[in-house]
Design a protein around this ligand. Structure first.
Ligand code: MN
Length: 228
């Protein structure tokens, strides 16, 4: 039996809708600029170029219904996203088989310290301090694909204090879910427990303490998250 030098950290896990089982998380990949209108609002070309990814930490996933405003920033933005959970993985997964690896989907917020991300972009440095901080990925329960079917279209919205801020449709994803899985699997070995955040539609913007964010995606219901 392994004798750990100290108690190992708990495996991050997400509730599964309609089940008492939880989804154990291995890695969290996030795709950038996957909706043309958001690429344009961030000052980039919306043309379909190869997708790019960054990562959050598994323990950044946050199911508390709250978002703790992080330190060292004064410009934290919401990004409403569809999260895709994998039940199986592999390398070089063909795009036509990629959908078979999906366990389910969840509502997710890719909270971003935009000021720090901007400084890192300018300096050509990694985005970690802008993206992968404590509590930075509020996420809802995982809805198994058996109950939702493949999610390929439907509204994505985010309201803050009841006002519509972000609006898009899953059919506007530049890189579709199976394409993201296939692409990632050329660079990484994917495995059960991997999570992919699929990018955000236009309308990102700042939040402050006390704000209530409400994300909704057709087929997944809605989730409210309070900034504390
Ligand atoms: Mn994002």
């Amino acid at each position: 039996m392994t004798r750990y030098a100290f108690s190992p950290p708990a495996v991050p896990a997400l509730p599964v809708a309609g089940s008492d089982a939880v989804f154990p998380v291995r890695r969290v990949y996030c795709v950038g600029r996957n909706y043309a209108a958001h690429a344009i609002e961030m000052g980039h070309d919306p043309d379909r170029e190869a997708p790019f990814f960054f990562q959050k930490n598994p323990d950044n996933l946050n199911t508390t219904g709250t978002f703790p405003y992080p330190p060292r920033t004064s410009d934290v933005h919401h990004e409403a996203e569809l999260a895709v959970m994998l039940k199986t993985g592999g390398r070089n997964i063909p795009v036509e088989e990629a959908g078979d690896h999906v366990f389910g989907y969840a509502l997710a917020l890719d909270m971003t310290r935009r000021d720090l991300q901007g400084e890192m972009k300018k300096a050509g440095r990694p985005w970690a301090i802008g993206k992968a901080f404590e509590g930075s990925a509020p996420v809802g329960p995982v809805h198994p694909v058996e109950t939702t079917g493949p999610l390929t279209e439907g509204a994505v919205t985010l309201h803050v204090n009841g006002s519509l801020r972000q609006e898009g449709d899953l059919n506007q994803l530049i890189w579709k879910v199976p394409e993201m899985i296939a692409f990632l699997s050329e660079y990484f070995e994917l495995a059960p427990g991997d999570v992919i955040l699929s990018g955000t539609p236009a309308g990102v913007g700042p939040v402050v303490r006390g704000d209530v964010m409400e994300i909704a995606i057709a087929g997944l219901g809605s989730m409210r998250v309070t900034v504390i």
